[in-house]
Design a binder for this molecule. Sequence first.
Ligand SMILES: Cc1cc2nc3c(=O)[nH]c(=O)nc-3n(C[C@H](O)[C@H](O)[C@H](O)COP(=O)(O)O)c2cc1C
Length: 371
Amino acid sequence: MSKLFSPFDLRGLRLRNRIVMAPMTRSRVPGTVPDGRTATYYAQRAGAGLIVSEGAQVSEQARGYLFTPGLHSRAQVEGWKAVTSAVHGQGGAIFAQLWHVGRVAHCSVQPGDRAPVAPVAKRAEGVQVFGYREDGTPGQMPASRPRALAAGELPRITADFAAAARNAIEAGFDGVEIHGANGYLFEQFINGGLNTRDDAYGGSSVANRLRFVLETYEAGAAAIGPARTGIRLSPFNRVFDMPAFEGEADTWLALARELAARGPAYVHLSNRAAILAEPAAGEGFLRSLRGAYAGPLVLAGGYTRDSAAADLGSGLADLVAFGRPFIANPDLVERLRQGWPLAEPDRRSFYGGNAAGYIDYPAYDEAAEPA
Ligand SMILES: Cc1cc2nc3c(=O)[nH]c(=O)nc-3n(C[C@H](O)[C@H](O)[C@H](O)COP(=O)(O)O)c2cc1C
């Protein structure tokens, strides 16, 4: 039988299969507090060995989208409790993704309409984000020009992540995933093309560019334990105006070695397909990363049943994450197990809206299929 369906011991947490539901923002949380629909959505998908929740902002400043949940207020913790107990009630496991968008935001979603924050005051060019138009209606608009964070502000953000990690455990999550991927705040610091700061948190020194994410990882791990603290990264990511930079592979391998020394729950790479397509990276890079970091590795990005089984079989990954397939196939694990066809998700309902395209995708009905 394919390794996909074999259990996995995630540092003491037993996962019933190797299939992870990748974190996906769905922008359907009114007022930043998860509600009954959120609980239904995740409970429908609890067949995954592990669910990673949609990104949850760790503070108001951390927010870049409309209708995304937080994990920094009492009401949000209470809202998440119904989600985690619904998932656990189905025998599933769930981590919370902790998020700070950095410069990928419009000032209309920031407290006091202030500029979003980043390592340097450089706008994400050509990047559209959600915000409020002047007439107060929501819409897409260019990301605002950020202001550069002072070094003295970084401990506050690190503390926000630690507090959100504690909140996550109180809300019943099995652990947290620090969002260090996809062009958001931590990747903005890691990227040597963007982060040209001249202090201890940037510039040509790899150690300086890794300092913020590692300090934050350590604070989260100190709050709830490294075995409950995972991290998501996206080496060679170009989304959200992230430039290529010198020594890119070495930067990520250095980070992998630093993380290995801290014993995280897992390292999760969000963009496997892009890494494989990148001439400077490819499978050789993934193998080197595997050498630098021997702990649990989750890969995501463009997986099919066959490619997932192949990467688990070859030992390239310990766990494989599926994103878009989970949107339209709440019973994805069972469909993969049985070889049933997969439904295609409707992109128009990825973000925002109501129950349609969210909790109304049916499980596969064999009897309803033509013979
Ligand atoms: C609607 C949507 C929302 C997403 N939101 C997040 C998110 O909140 N955090 C994150 O790390 N990745 C997010 N992603 C990326 C996915 O986790 C995943 O890495 C990506 O979709 C590639 O996997 P796939 O090819 O299986 O979909 C999102 C993707 C989609 C399609």
